[in-house]
Every structure is written in structure tokens, then in C-alpha cells.
Ligand binder design. Structure first.
Ligand code: 4GS
Length: 261
């Protein structure tokens, strides 16, 4: 018998398996695979065609430009992908599309806990009936149009992989980063040399005073978030010390209490 693995299983239905498989061969995501935290597989709808030309697309009913992915080959590929997932958990079938729910940290964490089949579209999209019949949810990586869902699927895979326990070298890295712990942007990072083209590393970072370093970094995180992504402050978990620091930051930027706009 086989022992149920604890790896998060992700299968991708794609006309370009080589593109998607590359994410499992490089960097952090490759480490997640080799450590047994992540299992990646691909299913090509073209392998589930039955005609001589291995047709996966056709012209849209009603006319118009471009081609639409046919339901049949996609349906068969999804069925095979779902059947080959070992996990006893419910498999989520996800279609990557600009019409989906926007990907953000909370959704990444939610996805990390379950096996999924990611469906990557091409051309003008897929037959609506395939979405109705087989897809549990649609996810978008942003308000722009890609030429295929593959890059979006790879974004999901990368973001999910780094949330899996045991993937990151430093255990705390995932939790410490932007959005994860507190919903703030990260503080700036520096490494050798101490002087780069006349620019010095902030003195506090070479002081060895860890309490001061921690405060400085928190200040930087708060200031950056306030300047660059003030919208994030609405939902950030701020301590009373954070709120005091934020007041200081705002006062330093607006000495006369003038509204900056
Ligand atoms: C996205 C996106 C996307 C839509 C795929 C048109 C080819 C394309 N997928 N987030 N057909 N943005 N998909 O642009 O996920």
C-alpha cells in the first residue's frame, strides 16, 4: 500500500506543460518539490483529443475574433487530473481568469491548505459550459490580460509553495514578510559593502543594538506603508506603540499639520 503523502498536490491543465513544469525545476519551488512539500503535475488537453488533428479549439458561436478552447478535451484532462490526486481532501478546480477573485495574501494561505487543479486558458478563453460544469472558483492575478493562464497558475504555485511548512530556509521568513504578520510593507534591506558609491548603510544596522534595530525597522515598515500603500493601514494589525510611531511619522512629514494633497 501507499502511504498518504502530506505534500500539497497541484495539477495544472495546460497546453504548454513545459512552461508550467519549469516552475518546479527552479529555485524555491523546486526545493518545495524535492523536499516533498509540493507535488506538481501537468495535463495537456491535447492528449485528450480524439480527432486526427488533435483539435483543442474552435471558432466562437455567434462569430467574432479568435478561438475558444473546447469543453471536451479540457473536461477529460480535468477528470484525469482530479483522479490522480492522492489526497483525501476535497480537490478545488480553479480557473485562472481576469474575471476571478483577485489573488492576495489571505487567498494564498487558504489555497495552501488544499489540493487543486489549476486550469490555464488560452486564446479568447474556454467554453462557458466547461466553467459551469467543472470549475469551483475563478482567480485573477490582476487587472490585465495575459496571453495564457499559465503565468497566472505559476504565480499561484509560487505564492502557495512559500506558505507550505518546511519550504523556506528560515522558518520565520514567510510570516515576517509583508502582509503576512501585520499587513505592512517590508523594511529596507542592506548587505555588504558598507559603502556603495558613497551611500552608507544606515548606522543603526551596524550598531549591534538589536532593540534599536527592531524599532528602526518597524518605523521604516510603517513609514513605507503610509507613503506607498496607505490603503493597507486600514486592515493592518497595529499595536499602541505602532500607532504612536505612525503619529510621529505623519508629524515628521507634515510639520505644520498641513494636509499633504
Ligand atoms: C489572467 C489574469 C488572464 C485571459 C488567459 C484571456 C488567456 C488570460 N488569468 N489572471 N485568455 N489576469 N488570463 O489574463 O489570471
Amino acid at each position: 500500500m501507499t502511504i498518504g503523502t502530506s505534500a500539497t498536490e497541484i495539477a495544472v491543465v495546460t497546453l504548454f506543460p513545459g512552461l508550467v513544469n519549469a516552475v518546479g525545476e527552479c529555485g524555491m519551488t523546486a526545493r518545495a518539490v524535492s523536499k516533498g512539500c509540493l507535488e506538481l503535475s501537468t495535463y495537456n488537453p491535447r492528449d485528450y483529443t480524439t480527432d486526427r488533428h488533435r483539435t483543442v479549439d474552435d471558432r466562437p458561436y455567434g462569430g467574432g475574433p479568435g478561438m475558444v478552447l473546447m469543453s471536451g478535451p479540457l473536461d477529460a484532462a480535468i477528470t484525469d487530473a482530479v483522479a490522480n490526486i492522492q489526497s483525501q481532501q476535497r480537490v478545488q478546480v480553479v480557473y485562472l481568469s481576469p474575471q476571478g477573485q483577485r489573488l492576495e495574501h489571505r487567498l494564498v494561505c487558504e489555497l495552501a491548505s488544499q489540493p487543486m487543479v489549476l486550469v490555464a486558458g488560452r486564446y479568447e478563453g474556454v467554453d462557458e459550459r466547461l466553467l459551469q460544469a467543472r470549475v469551483d472558483r475563478e482567480i485573477s492575478i490582476g487587472d490585465y490580460v495575459l496571453s495564457g493562464g499559465e503565468l497566472a497558475a505559476m504565480v499561484v504555485i509560487d505564492a502557495v509553495a512559500r506558505q507550505l511548512p518546511g519550504v523556506l530556509g528560515h522558518q520565520d521568513s514567510a510570516a515576517e514578510e509583508s502582509f503576512a504578520g501585520t499587513g505592512l510593507l517590508e523594511y529596507p534591506q542592506y548587505t555588504r559593502p558598507e559603502n556603495f558609491q558613497g551611500m552608507q548603510v544606515p548606522e543603526v544596522l551596524t550598531s549591534g543594538n538589536h532593540e534599536k534595530i527592531k524599532l528602526w525597522r518597524r518605523y521604516q515598515s510603517l513609514e513605507r506603508t503610509w507613503r506607498r500603500r496607505p490603503d493597507l493601514l486600514e486592515n493592518a494589525q497595529l499595536s499602541s506603540e505602532d500607532n504612536l510611531m505612525l503619529k510621529k511619522i505623519i508629524k515628521a512629514a507634515r510639520p505644520n499639520g498641513s494636509s499633504e494633497s
